[in-house]
Write a protein that binds this ligand. Structure first.
Ligand SMILES: C[S@@+](CC[C@H](N)C(=O)[O-])C[C@H]1O[C@@H](n2cnc3c(N)ncnc32)[C@H](O)[C@@H]1O
Length: 199
């Protein structure tokens, strides 16, 4: 299989040049509202391709301590550490999602799937299923616009996501987000996928 053509250097340069159009600067509303209704603050959460990690910051400030942040690029991890000096270093991981090994109750997706070379989509699905505990959840946002040749971001649609994720996940929610931030209004789907992967 072809490997990801977007190297760590590609992403590092984007942060260095402040070419980060995806960066909202605060936790996105659909994910924030999902977090707000979670009762168990001991859940082990992974945010892969977390960038500046506003959702991780939000979780941490709400008392979720088992939050793990993973990104290829160092720069955004340093930014998060500056904003949250007490965030444990070991939970800030600079590395490749596809090489990461651990087990989580919850994984949060936001503009990570769409940032990957689309040839990696099936690999992403399998990797997510592997990283989640049985019945663990992948929750977040997937873009709802045409898959373009140029990207990132690369688009997709509900039909495609259903086809790909159904192999390993129970689709609990896959619907147009009703509380997107303005620039993403009607352009993203809120998803809750429950891991059904059996080894
Ligand atoms: C479009 S940005 C989104 C960042 C963040 N989720 C947000 O919404 O602000 C994609 C992020 O994924 C990271 N990334 C890309 N490929 C990765 C990989 N294979 N493993 C870990 N992180 C990766 C990039 O460094 C970048 O920070």
């Amino acid at each position: 299989m072809k490997t990801d053509k977007f190297s760590p250097k590609y992403w590092e340069e984007k942060y260095k040049n402040n070419n980060i159009g995806w960066n909202i600067g605060y936790p996105s509303t659909p994910i924030k509202e999902y977090i707000d209704q979670l009762k168990d603050k001991s859940v082990k959460v992974l945010i892969p391709g977390a960038g500046n990690g506003y959702e991780a910051e939000y979780l941490y400030n709400k008392g979720f301590t088992n939050v793990w942040v993973l990104d290829l690029a160092k720069n955004p991890l340093e930014n998060l550490k500056q904003r949250l000096p007490n965030f444990p270093d070991k939970q800030l991981i600079q590395g490749d999602f596809f090489k990461h090994n651990a087990q989580y109750d919850l994984i949060i997706e936001q503009t990570f799937f769409c940032a990957l070379d689309p040839v990696l989509r099936d690999k992403y699905v399998v990797k997510m299923a592997t990283l989640l505990k049985p019945h663990g959840k992948l929750v977040g946002l997937l873009f709802d616009f045409e898959l373009t040749v140029q990207g990132p971001p690369f688009g997709g649609c509900a039909e495609e996501y259903k086809k790909r994720f159904l192999k390993y996940f129970k689709i609990k929610v896959l619907e147009r987000a009703h509380n997107s931030i303005k620039p993403r209004n009607k352009r993203e789907l809120f998803v809750i996928f429950e891991n059904q992967f059996k080894t």
